[in-house]
Design a binder for this molecule. Structure first.
Ligand code: NIG
Ligand code: FE
Length: 433
């Protein structure tokens, strides 16, 4: 799909709305940010139909009798994509936050039955309604910042019924809200206590009947495993990824968050869409990911919350040719973060990404990490009209501000939704003529 700059022949381009006078960061093509100034973007139904100059866009709209949106001076980017979240869970872990600040480590808390296990207890005892409502509040924060696609992992149920409930809540959020939701079965997140002396049985159950049941119910777009000393081993992860592959499912892997167990190589070996975290990854792991097209999903707000000191080797990943995505990792333990803009900012300040890499990381590369680049992630003719409108002077502003929300409006599949009330109390409304 190429960005089209051809002067429209109004007889053969069918459009029903044209947004005129914006700067576009298409995130496609060779110019920085895929920038197009004083542009127009035309939409037919749910898809982008044409991109060109403001003057041509106005003629096109008039010839077609299409609605005109004046986007004078605003920037339009692809709708943002949060490609790694654990959005649906019960309770919170504020007490652990306080304990960690007194010097107790994340691993020690986990080994003592806290950490993920404490959220599993809170999640199992939460009603479906409570899970939905608390996740909805978090989701609204992300949507106010221009997020139009989100990945949501299960992993805090760790029994079949509870995992199903989490995935159903994720599905229902996607049904009831305009945002697109991709559901990931994080079957191997933590060994539940009832399986404490039956590890292999748990991995067999997750990889066998649980995966079959959840996938059969249409609740699984991909699987995930936390491959780590305090979680699951390489062979356990491989068993799960192999089972997923047999079901035709793609995978993500929590890899190299706390140590390098070779999880990046495992992700690559099984053709995983992404390996996520990667504070600890070798050159060999990076090369394997590049060869397999496995995206590195960087999670700077988790790194920040855990006060980690070894950032991912971004230069090594870049040199190897690994695509870099950025996400919030929203979860109660390591990243109670509902701001994708903060994740972008921290990707720059803590990990050394350029603002262009950070924006690409939450658009194009995030789409790649979810296997949905053919439909979203860039502004190109034929793709879904998922758009974020920004009151900014240049794209780097999205990474520069800390705590500001310059999002003026969000469009999901061609439909403009209520303009978000940003944290600065903006009241921007884009009126279609
Ligand atoms: O991505 N690392 C594993 N999973 C989450 C944390 C889960 C938790 O602590 O509740 C993460 O950081
Ligand atoms: Fe995570």
């Amino acid at each position: 799909m190429a960005v089209s700059y051809v002067v429209p022949n109004s007889s053969n381009i069918d459009v029903d709305q044209v947004w005129i006078g914006a700067h576009l960061a298409t995130m496609a093509g060779t110019a920085p940010y895929g920038r197009v100034d004083d542009a127009a973007l035309a939409i037919k139904g749910e898809r982008i139909a044409w991109i060109g100059s403001a003057a041509d866009g106005r003629r096109l709209a008039q010839a077609q009798g299409a609605a005109i949106g004046e986007a004078e001076g605003l920037w339009i980017t692809p709708g943002l994509i949060d490609c790694h979240t654990h959005l649906v869970y019960g309770g919170n872990r504020v007490e652990e936050f306080e304990r960690r600040l007194c010097g107790v480590s994340y691993e020690d808390i986990a080994r003592a039955g806290g950490g993920i296990q404490s959220t599993v207890r809170a999640t199992r005892s939460s009603s479906r309604e409570a899970l939905y409502e608390s996740a909805l509040a978090r989701l609204r924060c992300l949507m106010m910042e221009g997020v139009t696609t989100i990945e949501i992992k299960s992993g805090y149920g760790l029994e079949l019924g509870a995992e199903r409930r989490l995935l159903e809540v994720a599905r229902d959020l996607g049904k009831n809200l305009p945002i697109s939701v991709l559901k990931t079965f994080l079957g191997l997140h933590s060994l539940p206590r009832e399986f404490a002396d039956r590890r292999q049985l748990f991995v067999d159950e997750v990889s066998g009947p649980w995966l079959a049941a959840l996938s059969g119910a249409g609740l699984v777009d991909a699987v995930d495993s936390f491959c780590e000393g305090i979680a699951f081993s390489v062979p356990e992860t491989e068993q799960f990824l192999q089972a997923a592959k047999q079901q035709g499912l793609r995978a993500h892997v929590h890899a190299g968050q706390l140590s390098d167990m070779g999880a990046a190589q495992v992700a690559a070996k099984w053709g995983a869409l992404s390996a996520d975290h990667l504070e600890h990854v070798s050159a060999e792991g990076a090369r394997a990911m590049a060869a397999a097209g496995t995206v590195a999903v960087l999670l700077p707000t988790a790194y920040f919350t855990l006060r980690q000191t070894t950032p991912p080797p971004v230069a090594l990943l870049r040199e190897a040719g690994v695509a870099l995505a950025v996400a919030t990792d929203n979860n109660p333990g390591t990243s109670p973060c509902t701001s994708i803009l903060l994740a972008m900012s921290m990707a720059c300040t803590l990990f050394g990404l350029t603002p262009e890499e950070a924006l690409s990381g939450v658009t194009r590369q995030a789409a790649q990490a979810l296997g949905v680049l053919k439909d979203v992630g860039t502004l190109e003719v034929g793709k879904c009209a998922d758009l974020a409108f920004w009151r900014i002077e240049r794209p780097a502003d999205l990474c520069y501000g800390l705590g500001a929300n310059p999002c003026a409006a969000v469009m999901y599949r061609g439909k403009m939704r209520e303009p978000p009330q940003g944290r600065q109390g903006r009241d921007v409304a884009l009126a279609s003529a």
